[in-house]
Design a protein around this ligand. Structure first.
Ligand code: DON
Length: 310
């Protein structure tokens, strides 16, 4: 039980144990604006369902949310469209890299899951709904601010521009799916919205707070607001467990044993159901695009708390 754990001591220990590993992994450089981040950063924040907060390191330094935003856009899509979203996107692991196109033709433009880029682009398309890009982006940003209880969260314009200038694979995925009529809005509008959602800046502390409803059956335990139904919260957790790290999702389940979602900014959001939301940030990535020291810290935290779902 979390109440019997000395989480303050555990989180401090984890911070101290990963200290010598800071800087390991490779900072993402396929988006030029991301490559400028200091690879030695490390931060972790744990927020329990009874509202206690434990932090170590750079838990208050904003970083690029990148693919972790896909958890929150899936949440909004389930709120707005319910299970109809599953007609446009599957929920099977792809076993392929995050930006892979290989399965899309054989599977008629229906992406395997909402966390690979193709699936996330479809989910974002479902949130655009004919609105101007600025309105769709503001809507996603404002909901993330509400989930995180943090008005400072905003789009990093330089990262968003850099994403758009180098997003050739995302353009390929989007036009391909448009060809299968699985995008409803102009490709440019959906992609600009997607690039902006990935370029949101958030701290580990804010990210853990934003994901807390997923540890509490869809209800934010601090505000009391129901964000999604218990069924949808379970399903988001299931997709995080099976697809949250692309072709390394099995490895993350093996190593950490919690539903999680990584981003190439070096963040990882993990959920310990009924207990806590945990966010880590360390920019150096492993070969699969997951934060190397972040995953190491989560492995240590889970070993000390016994929070693995297995
Ligand atoms: O689509 C992209 O390339 C990025 N904006 C998001 C990629 C990402 O974070 C992949 N996850 N590890």
């Amino acid at each position: 039980m979390s109440s019997k754990l000395d989480l303050a001591a555990i989180v401090a220990e984890v911070g101290a144990e990963v200290q010598p590993h800071r800087g390991e992994g490779h900072v993402a450089d396929y988006i030029p604006a991301l490559a400028r981040v200091d690879g030695n950063r490390f931060g972790m924040a744990v927020i329990t369902v009874d509202g206690q907060v434990f932090e170590t390191g750079d838990a208050w330094v904003p970083f690029s949310i990148q693919s972790i935003s896909k958890v929150f856009t899936l949440t909004l899509a389930l709120q707005r469209h319910g299970d109809d979203i599953w007609k446009r996107v599957g929920r099977e692991p792809s076993g392929s890299r995050f930006n892979s196109i290989v399965q899309l033709e054989a599977e008629q433009g229906i992406p395997r899951n909402p966390f690979i880029n193709a699936g996330a682009i479809v989910v974002t398309d479902s949130l655009v709904e004919g609105r101007p890009v600025a309105d769709a982006v503001a809507d996603i940003r404002d909901n993330l601010r509400r989930f995180a209880d943090a008005d400072t969260i905003d789009v990093d314009r330089e990262v968003a521009t850099s994403e758009a200038q180098t997003g050739f694979r995302n353009y390929s995925l989007a036009f391909f799916m448009r060809g299968f009529e699985n995008l409803k809005n102009p490709v440019e509008d959906t992609l600009q919205t997607y690039f902006n959602q990935c370029a949101l800046r958030i701290t580990a502390r804010q990210l853990a707070r934003a994901g807390l409803f997923l540890a509490n059956c869809g209800v934010d335990p601090i505000s009391g607001e129901r964000i999604v139904s218990p069924e949808h919260a379970r399903r988001i957790g299931a997709v995080m467990m099976t697809c949250g790290h692309y072709d390394a999702s099995g490895e993350f389940a093996f190593q950490v044993g919690l539903p999680g979602k990584s981003g190439v900014g070096g963040g990882i959001l993990t959920i310990a159901p009924g207990k806590a939301a945990i966010a880590v940030w360390s920019p150096g990535l492993n070969a699969y695009g997951t934060s190397q020291v972040g995953a190491m810290a989560l492995e240590k935290l889970v070993a000390k708390t016994g929070w693995s779902v297995f």
